[in-house]
Ligand binder design. Structure first.
Ligand SMILES: C[S@@+](CC[C@H](N)C(=O)[O-])C[C@H]1O[C@@H](n2cnc3c(N)ncnc32)[C@H](O)[C@@H]1O
Length: 258
């Protein structure tokens, strides 16, 4: 309760929806939905290495519970993880103790000089920060361009129009949780809403919480065009290495030219 109140106090002024991926959904995402970060990691590590980026600082945006950050520190990189959810940041600090982590929106982060910036798991699509839109993303890309060392990479994946098309409801469960999701597709406005109801075991009982997540969908090609205008060399990929992304889910690899 106190944590939720503090989160509200911290972020509301900036137009950030408070308390997203709260304690329970952060836990559920971390324990039940970590496979995306785990399966992406080998391919993304290979992309970094093939670009000659074998060490140095990686800024991981929307770092979640730190699964990818931990892979990075184990591979010899330094990591700064940023996530808007203080509960995710608490999990990341535990999982990747050699990384540094900050709670906040990527739109506000002061980007240090770095060899790579990553955003895995559709981080740029979320509208938890109500200022997040194509124009503010483009301004963020410009800052990323300035922060990256020559030859550095910005790597992210993006949910495109048509993402999860056909899904209306979903149900997932683990030993001590369940998550019910209702999907709302607004094709014209290119919005995908997930209404999450979670149940998490606390003592002998289950606590119910609700969170609604709205994602703004972008074509990877339109973000690529914004990135190219800034000076990035851009590739759109449909897989991270061996791991194929789902339909209407694309990877973007943008290189700050050396
Ligand atoms: C689907 S999760 C992916 C987490 C992790 N990268 C992974 O792949 O497992 C998306 C993450 O983006 C974070 N996020 C959404 N909007 C954000 C913003 N404006 N600034 C920082 N993090 C944000 C969420 O809190 C969440 O942890």
């Amino acid at each position: 309760m106190e944590r939720a109140r503090l989160a509200t106090a911290c972020f509301e002024e900036n137009g950030v929806t408070p308390n997203m991926y709260n304690q329970d959904l952060a836990y559920i995402h971390d324990t039940g939905f970590g496979s995306f970060a785990k399966r992406s990691a080998p391919g993304v590590l290979r992309i970094l290495r093939e670009a000659g980026l074998r060490s140095g600082l990686v800024v991981d945006l929307g770092c979640g519970g730190g699964l990818w950050a931990r892979r990075l520190t184990n591979a010899g990189y330094r990591v700064l993880g940023i996530d808007i959810s203080p509960d995710m940041i608490a999990l990341a600090r535990k999982r990747a103790p050699r990384g540094s982590f900050r709670a906040g929106s990527f739109l506000d982060v002061d980007l240090p000089e770095c060899v790579a910036i990553t955003g895995l798991g559709e981080c740029f699509n979320y509208t938890f920060d109500r200022r997040n839109n194509r124009a503010s993303l483009s301004r963020f890309f410009r800052r990323a361009f300035q922060a990256l060392r020559p030859g550095g990479l910005l790597i992210f994946d993006v949910a495109e129009p048509g993402r999860a098309r056909g899904a209306n409801r979903g149900f997932w469960e683990g030993p001590d949780w369940a998550c019910l999701v209702e999907f709302v597709h607004e094709e014209r406005r290119r919005l995908l809403t997930r209404k999450n109801t979670t149940f998490r075991k606390v003592g002998q009982q289950y606590r119910r919480t609700k969170e609604t997540h709205v994602q703004q969908l972008y074509r990877a090609s339109e973000l690529a065009s914004d990135l190219r205008k800034i000076g990035f060399r851009v590739r759109i990929v449909r897989a991270y290495g061996e791991f194929r992304l789902a339909k209407a889910h694309a990877g973007v690899i943008a290189r700050q030219p050396a």
